[in-house]
Design a protein around this ligand. Structure first.
Ligand code: FE2
Ligand code: FE2
Length: 245
């Protein structure tokens, strides 16, 4: 493990060493101006569980960080809430930001290159694919998981397994939505027809790298933290319903 940040570290120092975390903590409503406050102090101010934010920070910084044992079942709600905030960030902040740079690139009067529209078409198809991926999780998987947890937490005797869906179905169809970004970066780095505004292209490529890494990390949390937790809930619920019949 290269970076295992703890609650008593000053958040400002952590950000100075890892500025890419700014976008991550923004999803929790945290923005610069934290002075010398520690991670724990900032979290208390924003009513966020410091243990949870540390899991997210450390897993973002270290691909080998294994957060599953640090998240017990009571964290499922906040985990889904974080995943939802991240989806919202992609669709309302990051994708529109890249889109606006691509619009600037295609509309640049100095280059006037109609071939650049290929980048626009590619990204617009990518946006559609990402939106569909997110909608599937938001409308199907997450409500199922929250209902599962609610059933387990209720004292009701009438709980039953949903027979039409399980986390296995989610796992089977959970595709790598960041892969197409690699293709777009490849096209832009190797084959973009001249002339074009180099500065804008460099900015777009840098942003695509960032989004690809962030999406990869997001999927890692879904696959390695969310799925095992839900499997555990499903098997607990199965045991309870078996005993009840
Ligand atoms: Fe997701
Ligand atoms: Fe996903």
């Amino acid at each position: 493990m290269i970076n295992n940040y703890q609650k008593k570290r000053k958040l400002g120092d952590v950000i100075l060493a890892n500025p890419q975390l700014l976008r991550l903590i923004y999803r929790f409503g945290i923005s610069p101006g934290f002075g010398d406050a520690t991670i724990e102090e900032v979290c208390h101010k924003h009513e966020i569980d410091p243990e949870f934010i540390l899991v997210i920070i450390n897993s973002f910084l270290d691909n080998d960080f294994s957060p599953s044992n640090m998240l017990d079942k009571s964290n499922l709600n906040q985990l889904i809430s974080y995943l939802r905030k991240t989806h919202e960030y992609y669709l309302t902040v990051e994708i529109p930001f890249i889109e606006s740079m691509i619009d600037d690139l295609c509309a640049d009067p100095i280059s006037e290159n109609p071939d650049l529209v290929v980048v626009k078409r590619f990204f617009s198809a990518y946006k559609k694919e990402l939106t569909e991926h997110i909608n599937k999780e938001e409308k199907k998987a997450f409500p199922y998981i929250l209902l599962l947890e609610e059933q387990l937490n209720s004292k009701s005797q009438s709980i039953k397994m949903a027979d039409s869906y399980s986390i296995l179905a989610y796992e089977d169809e959970h595709d790598n939505v960041e892969e197409k970004l690699f293709d777009l970066k490849n096209i832009m780095i190797k084959y973009l027809p001249e002339p074009f505004n180099h500065e804008i292209v460099n900015r777009i490529i840098t942003e695509l790298f960032w989004l690809e890494k962030d999406l990869h990390d997001h999927a890692r949390i879904e696959d390695n933290v969310l799925v095992p937790k839900v499997k555990e809930l499903e098997s607990r619920l199965k045991t309870i319903t078996r005993k009840a019949t």
